[in-house]
Design a protein around this ligand. Sequence first.
Ligand code: XUL
Ligand code: CO
Length: 437
Amino acid sequence: MPAAFPTITKIKFEGPASRNPLAFKHYDADEVVAGKTMREHLRFAVVYWHTFRGTGSDPFGAGTMQRPWDDGTASVANAQNRARVAFEFIEKLGAPYYCWHDRDVAPEGATLAESNRNLDAVAKVLKEEQKRTGIKLLWGTANLFSHPRFVHGASTSCNADVFAYAAAQVKKALEVTHELGGEGYTFWGGREGYQTLLNTDMKREQAHLARLLHLAVAHKKQIGFKGQFYIEPKPKEPTKHQYDSDAAACLNFLREYDLLPHFKLNIETNHATLAGHSMQHELEVAGAAGALGSIDANTGDELLGWDTDQFPTNIYLTTYTMLSVLKYGGFKTGGVNFDAKVRRESFEPVDLFYAHIGGMDAFARGLKIAAAIQKDGRLAKFVQQRYASWDTGIGKKIESGKATLKEIEAYILKQGEVAPNTSGRQEFLENLINDFL
Ligand code: XUL
Ligand code: CO
């Protein structure tokens, strides 16, 4: 097979002074930062659906992407060829992982049996390529939203047969993920939500979603799949309201249905924005619950109110993201999956390289800056000292649950008035962060 990117060789680290657009300026995979290499910290994953299936179409116009290796057919042979191209790309880029939906890697057939055969045929090539290159699968997932059968949702459909179809599809996607040594499996509720409450039994739909997840947990055990399960919050799009709306809603749902021990969250930046939160907020909600699993690193456009899935280039964003990731002990099974697409106007194959190099460099800088802030210690110390009144005396007693309201009242009656509060020092802390950028 001729090379798909014949003029591009392996992307190297050349350092910040380099002016080569096809080189890393900051991501040096082997450089040790805070005790681990950057490769181990960041665990970058290339996303199959946007990078190899994205056409550049939008609601106003057709696809624009130039992908000379693609013959434009939905044949298995084309999908297998595309898989080889994907590995040429990922290998030249030097990312250690990739992620897919079942229907991105292999074409949907006329029946589930045919779709499963197609998936097996492409998975065979994926497995060969993983072996040849050492690139691994960060997570797999099933596309339960593109086909018209999922018009009313998948597990939350009003039609039980649609639930059954979705469950069967999840079973197969789990098995293929397992076969390919996937380190995780993600559930994003593509159409698990509603357009209008007038036709919706919300309680029943949510119970059905939980049922699917319980079935997946049971099947995972049965086939001996040890990978991590993730839920990916998103508040809306394509439905008006998605049940997995944000990290807090996902955690509440998982707790209510006794699923929390089996799941962590895959937090996506642009989904946080759509939920009216910052990425850091979502990471902190997940991290505090011990459920920070992985991230989808795309960002939105501040002036557009939809999921634009852009590559991350904002150093503040990557710094705050990595501050939270480091704070909660770093990625275990998860990583930085881009889930981003090049702009419709960036249609040449080389743009895929520029996009990923930029995202990887932005995260490398974020990691280095966050590690330096952590090592400096002033930020963490400030927060610790801010709560010092809880470490002794009445604070300690209240926190540990040993004080009654009566005792607390007696304490404050004796005290008279509380000691003056100290400043929150937001500006001081913002300046402190800037010292490291
Ligand atoms: C959609 C989205 C998905 C999930 C995987 O907004 O982020 O692509 O990451 O299904
Ligand atoms: Co995503």
